[in-house]
Design a protein around this ligand. Structure first.
Ligand code: KG4
Ligand code: ZN
Length: 343
């Protein structure tokens, strides 16, 4: 079936933001995110508070998304929702709402793997989308995966972090210098005015396509302890240079692994996805690969709104799967861990 005929209501509630979107095929009619500011003061997401906020946000956000889309609820053909991975309480709110809403209207549900949704966000109109097969480096707060994308339903993880995710590395370093959660976007902001070569941090030595970011956090902690013992105002005096140097270390590690993945697979269509794909250092480094004098890459960078968690990406997976009649059932339950991207 042609996906352009399908109208999908999509719900994303895997972590701390309640996302709701309405798509007609690959076109986004509305895409809303109810942010949960409350976690910033705790330095990270508090799962119980996240579930409660989802509960109070979900009904008004769904109503608003449908009215913003300019359609009536009767026009919706299926409800797509994130089934995992993520926080179990948060997932439970989205899954229960989606199943109940769909059941009441006798329409099917489509349970969606969150990381698969990040990858397929590249297929949201206007594109242009990559052609299969392509490589996708998915970098978020919970995952860092190098994926060989054979088709919308066949994704092979060919490398992954052995410890912290790239977004987690940004957030942990930000926390060390007293920035609120999530610190990734703030490091990016301060890095823009700094010198990336001011301080040097060694890169992880993991061989192959796997990655590691936990060593960077420890290295930065020791570095800060030593600097602060000499200059208690070190952070204030060097904020921009420090952020630029940390960002450069993380981006270099990611680009090095992408270079190896391109070499190993021979695939030159390279995409990034997930929250860290909003990082301006990573976007710039990747864009430079398009103008390599020899063997340039064809690079795919999502628009900002589709990098961090959003429901439009869940909706495009919903459209693909609904077109193939791949539906869920009322007995589907949230899966906080989902190692298989194709499950
Ligand atoms: O994909 P996402 O919204 O949620 C998860 O599925 O985890 O990713 C969130 C992560 C956080 O770690 C956040 O700090 C990071 O993405 N992030 C950034 C930027 N924007 C979001 N990291 C670096 N630079 C950014 N501009
Ligand atoms: Zn995500």
């Amino acid at each position: 079936m042609d996906i352009s005929k399908l109208t999908i209501l999509a719900i994303e509630s895997s972590c701390d933001d309640t996302g709701v979107a309405v798509l007609k095929g690959d076109k986004v009619l509305s895409n809303l995110v109810a942010n949960q500011e409350i976690h910033a003061r705790y330095g990270g997401v508090v799962p119980e508070l996240a579930s409660r906020a989802h509960l109070s946000n979900i009904t008004p956000t769904v109503d608003l998304a449908i009215s913003d889309a300019g359609i009536s609820p009767e026009e919706i053909d299926a409800v797509a929702y994130t089934i995992g991975p993520g926080l179990s309480g948060s997932l439970l709110v989205g899954a229960s709402f989606a199943k109940a809403w769909a059941w009441a209207r006798r329409i099917p549900t489509v349970p969606v793997h969150h990381m698969r949704a990040h990858v397929l966000a590249h297929f949201i109109s206007p594109g242009p989308p990559p052609e299969f097969p392509f490589l996708c480096l998915t970098v978020s707060g919970g995952h860092t995966q190098m994926i060989h994308v054979h088709s919308p339903s066949n994704m092979e993880v060919i490398g992954a972090t052995l410890d912290d995710a790239a977004g987690e590395a940004f957030d942990k370093v930000a926390k060390l210098i007293g920035l609120p959660y999530p610190g990734g976007p703030l490091i990016d902001k301060y890095a823009a005015l700094g010198n990336p070569e001011a301080f040097s941090f060694s890169k992880s030595k993991v061989v192959g396509l796997d990655m590691s970011f936990s060593g960077l956090k420890t290295q930065v902690l020791r570095f800060l302890q030593s600097q602060l013992s000499q200059d208690p105002a070190f952070i204030d005096n060097n904020l921009h240079d420090f952020c630029a140097s940390v960002q450069s270390a993380i981006v270099t590690m990611l680009i090095t692994k992408l270079e190896l993945a391109v070499k190993t697979t021979g695939i030159k269509q390279v995409a990034i996805a997930g929250g860290v794909s909003a990082n301006s250092g990573l976007r710039k480094a990747l864009t430079e690969k398009e103008s390599l004098p020899e063997d340039p890459w064809q690079v795919f960078i999502p628009p900002m709104g589709y990098c961090t968690d959003n429901a439009a990406m869940v909706g495009i997976v919903g459209a693909f799967d609904a077109a193939n009649k791949k539906f869920g059932s009322l007995s589907d339950t949230p899966k906080p861990r989902m190692p298989d991207l194709n499950s």
